[in-house]
Design a protein. Structure first.
Length: 207
């Protein structure tokens, strides 16, 4: 907790504003003030250090602190390079992996689609190009198997969009369906679907 008129800083402030690691917080020593957790009664107490004490501590350890910042910057840059490489590998995989679309009769797809919607209490639903494409993507391709391979990978959400586009294009080609935005559906809605598929909260960063 930090501001022009505040004289205390909490652990988040030490880490985010002063770039202290847990080791540096331990070197700083015990907090100057401890208060009950304001949000959760059973939560850990909140710890605060006098900001003037933090500033004096940094001055007293200036050489070591500057070295700490330098090493932190090097680690951060190295980590970024690794993340960038892994993201590129994931995207390249999504562009190159084989897409398999199985051909089935429209009657079989219609029966599968009708069963899907009836299980959800929807009846008398017309089977248009969009519904056919959705059914084909989920039941007649290797779409789900590929999504499983993306789970947990850096760059997975962007790669998912590539995969979805490629699967849609191949399914449209094989079934003679116009590959239009009206048929391929809403990308944001599908982003939410794939997060649920992976067991992640919506908008989870893909790093």
């Amino acid at each position: 907790m930090r501001g022009d008129k505040q004289e205390y800083v909490n652990k988040d402030g030490l880490k985010n504003d002063y770039f202290f690691s847990d080791k540096w917080i331990a070197l700083l020593g015990e907090p100057d003030k401890v208060v009950p957790n304001p949000r959760y009664r059973s939560g850990s107490p909140m710890q605060f250090w006098l900001e003037s004490r933090v500033v004096d501590f940094i001055k007293d350890h200036d050489g070591e602190y500057q070295e700490h910042l330098r090493r932190r910057s090097v680690r951060s840059e190295a980590s970024k390079l690794v993340c960038d490489r892994k993201r590129r590998e994931t995207l390249d995989w999504a562009e190159d992996v084989g897409i398999r679309v199985h051909k089935a009769s429209i009657k079989a797809i219609s029966e599968d689609s009708s069963r899907f919607f009836m299980e959800r209490g929807c009846y008398d639903r017309d089977l248009g190009d969009r519904q056919i494409l959705n059914q084909v993507r989920h039941d007649y391709t290797n779409y789900h198997a590929l999504l499983e391979k993306l789970k947990g990978r850096i760059g997975r959400l962007e790669a998912y969009r590539i995969l979805r586009r490629r699967v849609n294009e191949e399914a449209c080609r094989k079934y003679g369906i116009p590959c239009t935005p009206e048929n391929t559906g809403d990308e944001q809605a599908d982003d939410a679907y794939v997060s649920k598929f992976w067991g992640e909260p919506a908008n989870t960063p893909d790093v």
